[in-house]
Every structure is written in structure tokens, then in C-alpha cells.
Design a protein around this ligand. Structure first.
Ligand SMILES: *Cc1c(COP(=O)(O)O)cnc(C)c1O
Ligand SMILES: [Zn+2]
Length: 373
């Protein structure tokens, strides 16, 4: 049975080849369960995340081979001299320099496989760059809506890939609204990393790789940024699949990091709420962590449930903490964008509150050269 889209709200099943991104009832869509993970089927043909494609089961062989840039297979290294059991997964070492390549490669492959003829996306920057790059690979025209505050280098990259970039005079949320509008008017495929669950099929490979790199073990904790949750939910799905296949026992605790300047999820977690109440959209200068400045995360219920199911937590970090973390990482050889530094700041804050030696993996999500100095 091919995989289907399943509505979170009313359980309705929709065909994947319709390209729909939201249930007619308005509910968010997930994918029906993935085929069982079998590590022996993760073929030895190189480090790319397509080694795990038997667990995606979304497309035939021809399309992904045309679209892939070899994404995935990123290093896992200790960067803190005093903390040998804290490992950084260098997920900015991918073709468009952020973890978004994992999801974008799979989502654009799906769009091409079902015969989409143009893509629309919205982004604070990195998702748009990744979608634009893989759209170029797939030969699909692409239009990306971004808030006017997005980093100029990210916009330049999108344009270089041939995407039409529409800067929206407003917030990240206004950009999403404009993209949905354009999708509906133009009968396009909405290549949204937030709504399209196929994106998480790509990001779940983060978990498979970590498990393999640790010698087929799970770490105690995984620290990830939390904006719209596309890495968080992918990592959660990946570890659940590993557990479903009997390859690990308990799931690692998920530690999810937000900027204090835009913390709807961290607030909801502290309040014991099941859904996040939107905060006001960020204004220019509120936070350097543009990639996680999401005032109204559409999958907040799922993100909160995932973190709680692992016994994990949310952490909010200050702007000073983000700046200090960025400097510290640079002194250890990693030049990352502020949003990526925020995750490290969250890790440090988490360790201060919950000290003790244990195996921790944290995601280094975006390269420094993409953002203003
Ligand atoms: C997209 C992005 C994030 C946030 O990811 P979500 O899927 O929105 O949670 C964090 N860091 C970087 C560098 C990003 O590009
Ligand atoms: Zn529905």
C-alpha cells in the first residue's frame, strides 16, 4: 500500500499524489506509518540520506537520483574540550549550508514524482534556499516568499538558483500567508517545510545517522532548535522508527531551544499547555535567531507532545547568550549563523540547570557565511 496523507484532526486519508498540503477540514497532515526500518537495507552506496529511502517509500528510483546533491551523512564531532560526551552534528555541512537540505531533497523529489509543475514556498531564509536549490535540480520553477528582514545572502542564493523571490513587507507569518495565497491562485505545489509531512521523512534521517555514528546506540539527549519543528519532529519520528524496529530502548530526551524573544512553545511547555498560544510577530532587531523566530508554530501541539513523550524540555535563550555562544563556537572552529548558535546557548543553559555527564548530541543547523557578520 503506498503511503497516504492522514489528517491529524479528523483522521481522513488523502492520496499523496494529490499534492494537498492541508485537509479540507483545515487539519494538519501527517504521513501514514513508514515501512519498517531495516538497517541492512540502508545500502552501502555512500553517506547520502537516500540510503534510508526504504523508510520513505515515496518515489521511484529515477526521480531522486536526478534531484539529489548527496545531502546527509554529516559529521558528528566533539567540539568542547571539557565535554567529550557532548557531540555536535554538523548539519550545516550540506549543499545549501543548513539542515533544510534533508527535508527539501525529499519534498522536492516527491513534488517532481507526482508531476507538480511549479513550487511555492515561504521561509525565513534557509528553507527557501534549500527548496530553490532542489527545485533547480528538478527543473521546476519556484517562487519563495520571505519576510523583508531575511538575510541578503540567503535571498541572493535563492535568486541564483533561479527562484523568484518575493519579499513581503511584514512578518514571517505574513510571508506564509502570501505563499498560501499564491499557491491557491496559481494552482501550484505548496513546498512548505511546515505543512508537508514529506519534509520530515528527510529530517528523520538525522536520528538514523546519529544512531549509526554512535555505534548503533541512542544518546541520552538530543538538543535541537525549535521554530516550526521540522528538525524536532523529524528527529522524534526517526528515533520512534528505530524503537519500532527494536533497535533502541528508550527514546532520547529532546531538548528544544527557542529564543526568549520569541518563545511560544517554551511558554506553553512551562504552563503545561497542549497547544502554543501565538506570541506577537517579531520586529526587526528583536532576535538574531531569525530561523526560530516563529510566533505561531502550526505544529505546536505535535511538538509539545513529542518533547513531553521523551521526558524532554524546552529552553529559552537570551540575545546575549546567543551572541556569546556564537563567539565561543567560532573560537572552537565553527562559524555558524546566530540561529545555530542559539541551539548551543540552549545546550549550555540546559547543562547549567541539569549538570552531569551523559551522551548529548546537538544539531549545528546553519553556516555563518549565510548571515550578516
Ligand atoms: C529552519 C532553521 C531552524 C528552525 O527549524 P524549524 O524547523 O523551524 O524548527 C533552526 N536553525 C536553522 C539554521 C534553520 O535553518
Ligand atoms: Zn481533516
Amino acid at each position: 500500500v503506498p503511503r497516504e496523507l492522514v489528517c491529524q484532526q479528523d483522521g481522513r486519508r488523502l492520496r499523496l499524489d494529490t499534492g494537498v498540503w492541508r485537509c479540507p477540514c483545515g487539519g494538519m497532515l501527517d504521513l501514514s506509518p513508514a515501512p519498517a526500518l531495516d538497517p541492512d537495507r540502508a545500502t552501502k552506496e555512500g553517506p547520502s540520506l537516500w540510503r534510508w529511502r526504504h523508510t520513505f517509500d515515496l518515489t521511484d528510483e529515477i526521480v531522486w537520483r536526478r534531484v539529489t546533491l548527496g545531502e546527509g551523512g554529516t559529521p558528528l564531532v566533539a567540539v568542547d574540550p571539557g565535554r567529550p560526551r557532548v557531540l555536535a552534528k554538523l548539519d550545516f555541512l550540506m549543499p545549501t549550508l543548513s539542515f533544510k537540505d534533508r527535508g527539501a531533497a525529499v519534498l522536492v523529489t516527491l513534488a517532481a514524482a507526482i508531476g507538480a509543475d511549479r513550487l511555492v514556498a515561504d521561509s525565513s531564509g534557509n528553507a527557501g534556499t534549500a527548496i530553490a536549490a532542489y527545485a533547480a535540480r528538478a527543473g521546476l520553477p519556484c517562487e519563495v516568499f520571505v519576510p523583508h528582514t531575511a538575510s541578503p545572502r540567503k535571498l541572493a542564493a535563492m535568486r541564483a538558483h533561479g527562484a523568484i523571490v518575493r519579499t513581503v513587507a511584514g512578518s514571517r507569518e505574513d510571508a506564509a500567508e502570501a505563499a498560501i495565497d499564491a499557491t491557491e491562485r496559481g494552482n501550484a505545489f505548496y513546498a512548505s517545510h511546515v505543512y508537508q509531512p514529506a519534509f520530515f521523512e528527510g529530517t528523520k534521517t538525522f536520528a538514523f545517522e546519529v544512531w549509526e555514528q554512535l555505534g548503533r546506540r541512542t544518546p541520552d539527549e538530543v538538543v535541537v532548535p525549535a521554530g516550526n519543528g521540522t528538525l524536532l519532529l523529524g528527529v522524534y519520528a526517526g528515533f520512534r522508527e528505530l524503537r519500532g524496529a527494536g533497535l533502541i530502548g528508550a527514546l532520547p530526551r529532546l531538548v528544544a531551544v527557542q529564543a526568549a524573544a520569541c518563545n511560544p512553545l517554551e511558554r506553553a511547555w512551562r504552563a503545561g499547555a497542549e497547544v502554543a498560544t501565538p506570541v506577537s510577530p517579531v520586529a526587526p532587531g528583536d532576535t538574531a535567531a531569525e530561523g526560530i523566530a516563529i510566533a505561531a508554530p502550526a505544529r505546536s501541539r505535535q511538538m509539545l507532545a513529542a518533547v513531553r513523550a521523551t521526558g524532554g524540555r524546552f529552553v529559552a535563550v537570551s540575545e546575549e547568550g546567543i551572541a556569546a555562544a556564537r563567539r565561543q563556537l567560532a573560537h572552537r572552529g565553527l562559524y555558524v549563523e546566530p540561529t545555530a548558535a542559539a541551539t548551543y546557548a540552549g545546550l549550555i543553559a540546559h547543562l547549567a540547570e541539569e549538570p552531569g555527564d551523559r551522551d548529548i548530541v546537538w544539531a549545528v543547523c546553519g553556516a555563518g557565511l549565510k548571515s550578516p557578520a
